[in-house]
Design a protein around this ligand. Structure first.
Ligand code: IMP
Length: 343
């Protein structure tokens, strides 16, 4: 049996800092040697997270959006056109799109690349799979190095190295940790996302690591980046914003928006007409207003996190950071606990 740690099992040890202003801290991260981003944040390719508005806003605010694949090729191409035709953008924007690893994936990837998508994300639940190997090789042979290929998801170092060797430029790491995910319940499989990041960060391949699933706070983002992630991918934290797809609904006395797993029964019935293994749930989250405010708040927390380690940038965070394990009493102390004093 192998021991593992999840986000709540650990804390980062505060260290000497000579950072006078948190504004000095540089959060730039690169997905490869062509594309750099002001923020190390990517929005999930889910139909309640990344459509046209989210992709545009993520690009505008310094992150990356991956437009979901749960539609026809023509619809997805139209989404890319609509983001790239956009007058606000200045020509150096990077738009990501998701494709599957079977069926129409190659035609989809080719047409999306022709429309101007720069990042093709081969998006399947169990990425360490023969279908992934075939899809990565075929997309690379067809599109060459003109596109950045993102792939996932995986949970282990072996899988990370294999996908890298099959041609992935960046890899989404995390299986079973998503807020709307029931994979671990349904299948008994998965790994705490933080442990997967720590393991995959040991890779000697020069492949970008994207932590994906179960990130709930800016504190989790800092832990993921310190553990070796180059980027985080967010679903629930960005769901419910003005820019996420879907209407605002009134429920439980407030405004809310739907956020659902792409393997939930609802989502599967809608995009493929039948439900295979149900490994996600459909839920609603409070309406959060503009994405900018959500990202601003996350960015402030991340900057503050780097300052507690005395790190000027993400590279320094990774090299300087020290994790400690906390006990269950420590975990209780770590969460806001003023209410407990009344007991
Ligand atoms: P969150 O940020 O914790 O909400 O997790 C979002 C991530 O969950 C996505 O980026 C996907 O990797 C993953 N995911 C999306 N839909 C499902 C699902 O139905 N089952 C399991 N994982 C999912």
């Amino acid at each position: 049996m192998i021991n593992s740690v999840c986000f709540d099992d650990v804390l980062l040890v505060p260290q000497f800092s000579d950072i006078i202003s948190r504004k000095e801290i540089d959060l730039v991260s690169c997905i490869d040697n062509r594309y750099r981003f002001r923020l190390p944040i990517i929005s999930s390719p889910m139909d309640t997270v990344t459509g046209t508005k989210m992709a545009h806003a993520m690009s505008d605010l310094g992150g990356l959006g991956i437009i979901h694949r749960y539609n026809t090729i023509a619809d997805q191409v139209a989404m890319v056109n609509s983001v790239l035709d956009n007058d606000y953008l200045e020509g150096n924007e990077v738009i990501g799109v998701a494709v599957g690893a079977s069926g129409d994936y190659l035609e989809r990837a080719s047409l999306l690349a022709s429309a101007g998508a720069k990042v093709i994300c081969v998006d399947i639940a169990h990425g360490h799979h023969a279908l992934m190997r075939h899809a990565l090789k075929t997309i690379r042979n067809t599109l060459g190095n003109s596109v950045h290929i993102m792939a996932g998801n995986v949970a282990t170092l072996k899988a990370f190295n294999d996908l890298s060797d099959w041609g992935a430029d960046s890899i989404r790491v995390g299986i079973g940790g998503g807020s709307i995910c029931s994979t671990r319940i349904q299948t008994g499989h998965g790994m705490p996302t933080l442990q997967s990041i720590l393991d995959c960060a040991k890779s000697d391949r020069d492949t970008t690591l994207i932590a994906d699933g179960g990130i709930r706070t800016s504190g989790d983002i800092v832990k993921a980046l310190a553990a070796g992630a180059d980027f985080v991918m967010l679903g629930s934290l960005l769901a419910g914003t003005e820019e996420s797809p879907g209407d605002t609904i009134f429920s439980n006395g407030g405004q809310r928006k739907v956020y659902r797993g792409m393997a939930s029964k609802d989502a599967q019935l809608e995009w493929r007409g039948h439900a295979a293994s149900e490994e996600g749930v459909s839920s609603t989250v409070p309406y959060k207003g503009d994405l900018k405010d959500v990202l601003d708040s996350l960015e402030k927390g991340i900057r503050s996190g780097l300052s507690y380690t005395g790190a000027n940038n993400l590279k320094e965070l990774r090299s300087k950071s020290r994790f400690i394990k906390q006990s269950s009493a420590g975990q209780r102390e770590s969460f806001t606990h003023i209410m407990l004093n009344d007991m």
